[in-house]
Design a protein around this ligand. Structure first.
Ligand code: B12
Length: 302
C-alpha cells in the first residue's frame, strides 16, 4: 500500500502555480531557491520541479521578514530557521484531504477539497498530481481490503462528476479532434476523461464516447464525425482479445491509438494502430507533438 506523504512535504505545485499562490515572480523564486536554498522541490520523472506546502510556508515567512525591513539574506535565514511556522502552510495535502473526505463519505468536504485543487492548479497538475495518484491509492487500498467497494464507488463517482464538469464545451473551437472510447466491456473511463482534459488544454476538440463502446459503433461514429485521431483505452487483458478485425476497420479509416495498461505492441502492430502506454498527460503531449501545432498532418499519429 502506497503511503500518502505528510501534509507539508509532498511536492505538487509547479513554479507558475507556486508563483500565483505567493505573489512572487517565478524568476525571483528561482533566485531564492539558488541563493538561499529557500525552496526544496521534488523532481518528477520528467524532471519538473514540484513544490510543496512547506515551500509555500517558507516563501510567505520570507515575505513577512522582507516587509519587516530585513535584508534578503537575513530574511531568508530567518525563514529557514522557522521551519513551517504559524500561518505558513494554509492548504494541506490535497490527496490526504481527498482521502479523509471521500473515504468518510463527506461529500461537502470532498467538493471543497476539489474546489481548492481546481482553483490553484492547472489541469495537467490536477490530473497528474492529484486525481490519478489518488485513484491509484484508492485502488491499492481497496485491493488490500482497507476500504470498501462503497467507499471506492462514492469516491470515483464524485471525482468523475467534477472531471466531467471541466469537460463542458471541450468540442468547441477549431483544433484537431480526438474521439475517445473505452474498449468493449471496459468501464474504467476516468483515465480517458483525464486524457480528454489534457488534450483539451492543448487545443484539441474532444468527442467522448466513454465506457464500453462496441467497435462497430465506433466505426460508424468515425465516419460521421471524422476525427483526426481515435483513442481506444483498455485496462483488462481480454478487452482487446478477438477484436482485431474490428480494430483494423477503425485503423483503416482514421489514425488509431491504443492506450491503457493492457494495450500491447503486438495488438497495435496487428491492427495498424499506434501504442501509447504513458499516463494521460504524457500521451496528450505526445499526440499533440506528433500532430504538430497546425494540426494538419494527422497521418503522423498512426
Ligand atoms: C475507479 C475504479 C473503478 C471504477 C471505474 C469508474 C470509472 N468510471 O472509471 C469501477 C467501480 C467501475 C471499477 C470497476 C472494476 N474494477 Co476498477 N478500479 C478503479 C480504480 C480505483 C481507479 C481507476 C483509475 O481511473 N485509475 C487511474 C489510472 C489512470 O491509473 P493507472 O491504473 O495507474 O494507469 C496508469 C497507466 O496504465 C495509464 N493508463 C491507464 N489507463 C489509461 C487510459 C488512457 C487513455 C491513457 C492515455 C493512459 C492510461 O495511466 C496511468 C499512469 O499514470 C483502479 C485502481 C488503479 N490502480 O487504477 C481500480 C482497478 C483498475 N480496478 C480493478 C478491478 C479488478 C475492477 C473490477 C473487475 C472490479 C469488480 N470485481 O467488479 C471492475 C471491472 C469493471 C469493468 N468491466 O471494466 C483492478 C484492475 C486489476 C487488473 N488490471 O487486473 C484495479 C487496478 C484495482 C486493483 N488494485 O485491483 N473500477
Amino acid at each position: 500500500v502506497r503511503a500518502v506523504n505528510s501534509p507539508t512535504d509532498q511536492g505538487y505545485l509547479r513554479i507558475g502555480e507556486l508563483s500565483r499562490r505567493v505573489g512572487v515572480a517565478p524568476d525571483t523564486l528561482r533566485a531564492w531557491e539558488r541563493r538561499y536554498g529557500m525552496l526544496r522541490p521534488q523532481r518528477t520523472q520528467g524532471g519538473f520541479r514540484l513544490y510543496s506546502d512547506a515551500d509555500v510556508g517558507r516563501v510567505r515567512a520570507m515575505l513577512r521578514h522582507l516587509e519587516d525591513g530585513l535584508a534578503p539574506a537575513q530574511a531568508a535565514r530567518r525563514a529557514l530557521e522557522e521551519a513551517p511556522a504559524a500561518g505558513a502552510a494554509p492548504a494541506g495535502d490535497p490527496i490526504a484531504d481527498l482521502r479523509v473526505a471521500l473515504e468518510g463519505f463527506d461529500e461537502s468536504a470532498a467538493q471543497e477539497a476539489i474546489d481548492r485543487v481546481l482553483a490553484t492548479l492547472e489541469m495537467d497538475s490536477v490530473v497528474s498530481h492529484v486525481f490519478l495518484p489518488y485513484l491509484r491509492d484508492l485502488g491499492d487500498r481497496w485491493e488490500a481490503g482497507e476500504i470498501s467497494v462503497a467507499q471506492e464507488h462514492f469516491a470515483s463517482a464524485i471525482l468523475r462528476s467534477r472531471l466531467l464538469e471541466q469537460s463542458r464545451g471541450w468540442d468547441r473551437g477549431d483544433g484537431p479532434r480526438a474521439m475517445l472510447a473505452c474498449a468493449p466491456g471496459e468501464l474504467h473511463d476516468l483515465p480517458l476523461i483525464c486524457l480528454g482534459l489534457a488534450l483539451r488544454s492543448r487545443g484539441w476538440r474532444i468527442t467522448m464516447l466513454g465506457a464500453d463502446t462496441p467497435l462497430e459503433s465506433l466505426v460508424e461514429a468515425v465516419s460521421v464525425v471524422r476525427p483526426e485521431v481515435v483513442v481506444v483505452s483498455a485496462m483488462f487483458d481480454d478487452r482487446l482479445d478477438g477484436r482485431t478485425d474490428a480494430l483494423r476497420m477503425v485503423a483503416e479509416r482514421v489514425p488509431l491509438v491504443l492506450a491503457g495498461p493492457v494495450a500491447t505492441a503486438a495488438v497495435a502492430g496487428l491492427v495498424g494502430a499506434r501504442l501509447e502506454q504513458g499516463d494521460p498527460v504524457t500521451v496528450a503531449a505526445r499526440l499533440t507533438g506528433l500532430l504538430g501545432t497546425g494540426g494538419a498532418t494527422a497521418g503522423a499519429v498512426a
